[in-house]
Design a protein around this ligand. Structure first.
Ligand code: FAD
Length: 384
């Protein structure tokens, strides 16, 4: 396909304003690319969920310009503890806190997902962010891309980034329709009012994962003032009959599943007001990440079980490497830039997918430097 010469900065469309889409759009806009973002949701709400942001992600947040605000907003655990779910015995103590700043070059924080997302969306030019725009089809004509939306509107762009999540329309355009695979695991998510926990004579650690072979519970604060504590589970569940989205769970269901777990976990369940459950979906590494003027990132490209807490991290790392690749090669050579991007992301994203699938991350003492110490903002880009 011939590559039509473009003005210095091509018009980019980002499909999806999730964490990956917001990151790539913010970086592109900072680098002077006219970037429109199309999001299917009518608005974003503060859904009850938390997220870990390791030093590898915080370095990208530094580039976006929101690192300090995130540091102020998040909880800063000194350790990631892994403990036996039943006996409470410690299996690993992974140092974070000051150690992470010193050794990995940025903070390790845990934060409310909605607060993080709001901050990232704020970093975008509001006039270029379009809600309620569900992409239904794309047509790469060779000289531009025509995008059609569910509301009947049509837009054009020079390059289109599919940051549209696990059921990506752009992925489908590149590779054909194929549902993601249900991993055989679900996740429960609940935010617990930390005030209620004061009634218990127990130690609620800042970041701890309670383990047993067929289930686990990851627990951490999602606000710097430690008012909101959060748990997210992984529970082996052969069948999931509710489609691809989440449904309500209950305290009773949590009690039943975690009946044999430590008193700290029982206290958390007692204090639970609302809890949801989610199917965990995956795909095998994709053979194609880009074609013509279309390119994928994040869950559209490499969805994974969340058992390393690195899914969004990989989307955000993708964003940084994609923008660096366009800048390194020159956006008029977008096909080369997209290949450079894939070359520098495929191995790492696939490895993280695999470790997440295996659910072994930090279960025992191990050196997490290959994940946390990585710096996508400065890594040498290796040629395809
Ligand atoms: P998404 O966040 O899915 O965003 C896609 C966006 O595209 C959405 O806003 C969607 O509305 C929009 N969209 C979709 N289709 C269209 C369309 N046709 N037109 C327009 N817009 C569209 N990751 C971490 O790094 N740390 C964690 O601690 C962590 N914990 C997790 C816990 C659980 C239980 C789960 C399920 C995941 C967790 N993850 C975590 C993973 C993380 O949530 C995902 O990897 C991340 O959200 C992927 O970001 P994304 O931008 O690629 O996709």
């Amino acid at each position: 396909m011939s590559q039509k010469p473009m003005s210095p900065k091509p018009r980019v469309a980002v499909i999806g304003a999730g964490l990956g889409g917001a990151a790539v759009a913010a970086l592109l806009q900072k680098a002077g690319y006219p970037t429109q973002v199309y999001e299917q949701a009518p608005e974003f709400s503060r859904l009850g969920a938390g997220i870990h942001l390791g030093p590898n992600v915080m370095k990208v947040m530094r580039q976006i310009g929101i690192e300090e605000r995130l540091e102020a907003m998040g909880s800063h655990p000194d350790y990631w503890f892994s403990r036996d779910g039943v006996s409470g015995d410690y299996q690993s103590r992974i140092p974070l806190g000051e150690f992470a700043k010193r050794e990995y070059g940025a903070a390790y924080i845990t934060v409310h997902r909605g607060d993080l997302h709001a901050l990232m969306v704020e970093a975008l030019d509001p006039s270029q962010l379009h809600f309620d725009r569900r992409l239904t089809s794309v047509d790469d004509t060779g000289s531009e891309v025509i995008m059609r939306f569910a509301d009947g509107n049509t837009e054009t762009a020079d390059l289109v980034i599919g940051a549209d999540g696990v059921n990506s329309r752009i992925r489908e355009t590149l590779l054909g329709a194929e549902d993601p695979t249900y991993s055989g695991w679900i996740a429960h998510r609940a935010i617990v009012d930390a005030e209620k926990l004061k009634a218990y004579d127990l130690d609620f650690e800042s970041c701890v994962k309670w383990w047993s072979p067929d289930k686990h519970m990851m627990v951490y604060y999602v606000t710097g003032d430690q008012r909101e504590y959060y748990y997210v589970t992984g529970v082996k569940t052969p069948d999931w009959q509710h489609g691809t989205s989440f449904v309500d769970s209950s305290k009773e269901e949590m009690r039943e599943i975690f009946h044999d777990y430590h008193p700290v976990v029982q206290a958390l369940i007692d204090c639970t007001e609302a809890v949801t459950k989610w199917p965990l979906l995956e795909r095998n590494p994709l053979p194609i990440w880009h074609k013509g003027r279309l390119v994928l990132l994040g869950d559209a490209c490499h969805p994974m079980k969340p058992h390393m807490a690195q899914g969004a991290a990989m989307a955000i790392e993708d964003a940084a490497v994609l923008v660096r690749s366009l800048e390194a090669v020159g956006p008029e050579h977008y096909a080369d830039a997209f290949e450079l991007y894939k070359t520098n992301r495929f191995e790492r994203a696939s490895r993280v997918q695999q470790v997440s699938h295996d659910n072994t991350w930090l279960r025992q003492e191990e050196d997490p430097a290959w994940v946390f110490g990585h710096d996508v903002t400065t890594q040498e880009l290796k040629a395809p």
